[in-house]
Design a protein around this ligand. Sequence first.
Ligand code: SF4
Length: 406
Amino acid sequence: MRSIDAFDKLALLSRQMALEPADEVAGTPGAPAPCGHSPDALSRIFGDDPLRASVSLSETKKNSLGIHDAVMPGGRRIRLLKTLLTSACERNCYYCPFRAGRDFRRTTFKPEEMARTFAELNRRGAVEGFFLSSGIIGGGARTQDRLIDTAAILRRKLGYRGYLHLKLMPGSERDQVLAAMTLSDRVSINLEAPSQQRLNVLAPKKIFCEELLQPLQWAAEIRRRMPPPRSGRWPSLVTQFVVGAAGESDVEILQTTAYLTRALGLQRAYFSAFQPVHDTPLEGLPPENPWREHRLYQASFLLRDYGFEFEELPFDAQGRLPLDVDPKLAWARLHLAHAPVEVNRAEREALLKVPGIGPKGADAILRARRERRLREPAQLARLGVITTRALPFLLLDGRRQLSLGL
Ligand code: SF4
């Protein structure tokens, strides 16, 4: 009977994460969930295909519990439970459906209850991974203790060895960050905005440096200076920004992202286009164009994986990326249209700046040209290059190729 009650609570939490505001339907992108994780953003992190596995829980039941098909950092797919320890919160972040004072039924798990409920789902084969966040009750540090307790029960008492992503709460302490990192495969705290000035528009009670940035800095310092736990490696770090509600530019967001990546080893930032939520102070703001979120992802990957310098990104006078064109293509039109890259001589760094050539394609070109000269578009296509995008900016053995028909 107790497990049925717990499943009902999970189902309620899942609905609350998906069904805000009132005019949304389940699964509609964009409704922010506790500490900024919108269901849509979570789906982008972990994939959003409904669970398909045949286990003892019905499909309807699994979907209603918040179990999703998830893509792990290495590309492996697992079934992931994404949920909250509590949907109650004492804070009043202006974009958040879980803010204090908003009228809906709150649901709370005790750590042992949550750990056992997840372990039961895991035992039945319904889930293989766990993403646990929470609203804040009794302060960030006390809430963090409950999250850590849940993870510790799961790992040490119930023997769970699978994937665990644990949220860091605003205001969590260094020892708590260390404890969370010792138990998890990934930890995250959402900065929400690129600076205190912008955060004031979204969540004026949150303190950017002390409450949000500091836990990430501790996590980076722990990774740098302490030997990893028994698992052999420290968890990855990620964060998220709400985009489009605070008047921030793309320059501001990407400058902060570049700092986090370079200085703190952030694995990646997530961007969540703002969607207004009924009965919140920002309900009158227009939703942000989802293309902006997409362009921010593309630009952040250029900085992280493609050797682009921040100054090379094609910002306009207002510090925005173009919405109608991929930033890499915009850069190439400006810089490569009249100075194409010779495939047989270019260094990896130059190849990576050509649209249609990614890190794997660049490496494949370097390997292949040690064997033979590359003269035909078909050779590039076989190496994983998207020739329709790349050929306008390439020379193949000194000759420019037409991309038409490839
Ligand atoms: S702290 Fe803010 S963002 Fe997090 S759950 Fe509470 S109101 Fe929402």
